[in-house]
Write a protein that binds this ligand. Structure first.
Ligand SMILES: [Cu+2]
Length: 285
């Protein structure tokens, strides 16, 4: 009676496994976090692994005891339930052990959080403003200022053309940053709340109108890193990607020279930069 159902289940399972095992599917799904390229992202990955391991150990211990108890003390073997009501020792044990585990998790997590918030002694500052639905980048020390918008062709989005390799993760102007420098970001928004998120940097920070939030990175490896707005900000929320190109310091200096604003606007944006720096230090104090 159960044979046909069993066979059906088996074939569904085999089908699922074979779909998951194809190279195309394997390429799209990754089990772990993306490879970290900053010390913050590295620490987050380490924490993630550590806490997952602690959870796994607890899971195995609790379920082993549970299944063993259910099997060894089953009714058919004549097991009788104990009838005690109160055990101070037991209550202390099952309170103290979880507290110790939580402290063990809180100490490294707090240390990482504190390091993530420490934007002091940065080498340069970039102000990021979120708009519906693009980003503005102002390099406050280097007088570079531009907007960065999605460059995926409309035809790909509407399905009239085949989707490209970097579909929805490509922009007209990339954010160029030097490796090895401590880069401080100031985030704000001009309309609604957005969030600047690059998984490989370990940064996800809200950009809030009328308010400035801060973060920082020190990128280890040259490369192109992508991210997206991570705060539902309206109909094109999924169409305001972030693309950062991390380059050597020499290449960065060259890029700055090529992209610096013409001298007539230098004064106004320099003043703006100072005001923002002052505003940010007020916000953090
Ligand atoms: Cu947004």
């Amino acid at each position: 009676m159960f044979r046909p159902l069993g066979n059906k289940l088996l074939s569904i399972l085999v089908g699922l496994v074979s779909v998951l095992m194809t190279n195309a599917a394997m390429a799209e799904y990754a089990l772990n976090l993306p490879p970290p390229v900053t010390s913050t992202a590295e620490e987050i990955l380490t924490l993630h692994n550590l806490i997952l391991l602690i959870c796994l150990i607890i899971f195995v211990l609790v379920f082993s005891v549970m299944f063993y108890s259910m099997f060894a003390h089953r009714k058919s073997k004549g097991a009788k339930a104990a009838s005690f009501h109160h055990s101070t020792t037991l209550e202390i044990v099952w309170t103290v052990i979880p507290v110790l585990i939580l402290i063990g998790m809180a100490v490294p997590s707090t240390a990482t959080l504190v390091r993530m918030e420490d934007t002091t002694e940065s080498d340069m500052t970039v102000k990021v403003t979120g708009y519906q639905w693009f980003w503005q980048y102002e390099y406050l020390d280097d007088d570079v200022n531009f907007y960065s918008k999605l460059s995926t062709p409309r035809a790909q989005i509407e399905g009239r053309e085949e989707k490209g390799e970097n579909y929805l993760l490509e922009v007209d102007r990339e954010v160029v940053l030097p490796i090895g420098e401590k880069i401080r970001f100031l985030f704000t928004a001009a309309d609604v709340i957005h969030a600047w998120w690059i998984p490989q940097f370990g940064i996800k920070k809200d950009a809030i109108p009328g308010y400035i939030t801060e973060s920082w990175v020190r990128i280890d490896e040259p490369g192109v890193y992508t991210g997206q707005c991570a705060e539902l900000c309206g109909k094109d929320h999924g169409f305001m990607p972030i693309v950062v190109r991390a380059v050597t310091q020499e290449e960065y200096a060259q890029w700055v020279a090529e992209n610096q604003a013409p001298s007539d606007s230098t004064v106004s944006s320099a003043n703006q930069g100072e005001e923002l720096n002052a505003a940010a230090s007020v916000a953090t104090n």
